[in-house]
Design a protein around this ligand. Structure first.
Ligand SMILES: [Zn+2]
Length: 349
């Protein structure tokens, strides 16, 4: 999130692979392999994690356990999509970027996490809150991209090409959307000529394509920040600091022991009102989800235009991972309950 996510364009090929299918997952005892036992359409995804992956050890769950938790949703009838196989330079074997979506399409809640690999609380919280998300999926369509940067997660690398933010090396973020966002309000030109990485190409293409059948009304993106002692939330839609979901979310984080910066500015100089920052232009995937106009295939098209877009930045400094994860779980549960109670969701049975 925020200015450190910006990327320059690099002309690299895309590897987007989108599968749509319902599968039954079989988790093997060695590593983790999924076999597709039945499918609604011709192509069934297979997700393979190579054996012997060593996940960065700071208390975060090994990637095999994360995947096992996420793929429990397949047993609840959710669809599994393999967005890309990520294998940036210096990595030994590809790791899949997956999405899971609830069986019923329609106006949806999108939940993203793990864009930055050194921020484990979100991906771990989603694993812990799978049952709650399954419940939400019975009330309203949900699209979940729980571990957007799996190589970053196992290596504790923020970006695909470099471990951390640097003034001299342009970090390649998997969420970079500069190639689809217009230069200015009326411009037909994107901010970058091409996606900055195959992963960003695949993830953004997936979003734009799936937004046709699961258009995002709400978007939640879980981040952390090593450099802050007090958290805040970006509210990217036009509702800005007045979005009641953002206001409620700040309360939940505070109740769960997360210090909140209620006023002043972020470390990037953005104004904070009640723990909330209004829309920013940072070429992130969150800006793409909120965008009313995008530039696709050389022309302006309608964007996803989500109504509520929340990007959480909770402090990793001086707060143990277990507490950070617990706070993200509480946040997911409260937002799921609030969204489920909104007009337009299905009443409980
Ligand atoms: Zn982040």
């Amino acid at each position: 999130m925020a200015p450190q996510c910006k990327n320059v364009a690099r002309n690299r090929p895309g590897i987007a692979q989108l599968y749509g299918a319902a599968v039954t997952a079989i988790v093997c005892c060695l590593g983790l392999t999924l076999a597709a036992c039945h499918s609604e359409i011709a192509t069934s995804p297979e997700v393979h994690l190579p054996e012997g992956i060593v996940t960065h050890d700071d208390g975060r769950l090994p990637i095999e356990k994360l995947f096992a938790a996420y793929l429990g949703l397949v047993d609840r009838g959710w669809h599994l999509d393999v967005i890309a196989e990520s294998q940036p330079a210096g990595t030994a074997a590809p790791l899949p970027i997956i999405a899971l979506r609830s069986p019923r399409p329609g106006t949806a809640v999108w939940i993203l996490s793990g864009i930055h690999g050194e921020e484990p609380a979100g991906p771990n919280a989603i694993a812990a809150a799978v049952e709650d998300l399954a419940g939400l999926g019975e009330r309203m369509p949900v699209v979940l991209v729980p571990l957007s940067n799996p190589q970053g997660y196992v290596r504790n690398w923020r970006y695909l090409n470099t471990p951390e933010y640097s003034e001299t090396i342009e970090g390649e973020s998997v969420g970079d959307s500069s190639h689809l966002l217009p230069e200015s309000e009326d411009s037909g030109m994107p901010r970058a000529a091409a996606a900055s990485s195959p992963e960003a190409d695949a993830l953004t293409r997936y979003l734009v394509r799936l937004a046709e059948s699961y258009p995002p009304r709400y978007s939640i993106d879980l981040h952390e920040d090593d450099y802050i002692a007090e958290g805040y939330v970006y509210s990217q839609s036009e509702l800005g600091v007045n979005d009641h979901f953002a206001i409620e979310a700040i309360k939940v984080l505070g109740e769960n022991g997360i210090p909140i910066k209620l006023a002043g500015q972020t470390r990037f100089g953005e104004d904070i009102v009640g723990g909330i920052i209004g829309p920013v232009n940072d070429s992130s995937i969150d800006e793409l989800i909120e965008a009313r106009k995008i530039v696709l295939d050389g022309r302006i098209q309608a964007g996803p235009a989500a109504r509520t877009v929340l990007v959480f930045e909770t402090p990793a400094k001086d707060v143990e991972l277990a507490q950070r994860t617990a706070a993200h779980v509480a946040l997911l549960r409260r937002l799921a309950a609030l969204i489920a109670s909104e007009p337009g969701s299905t009443p409980p049975p």
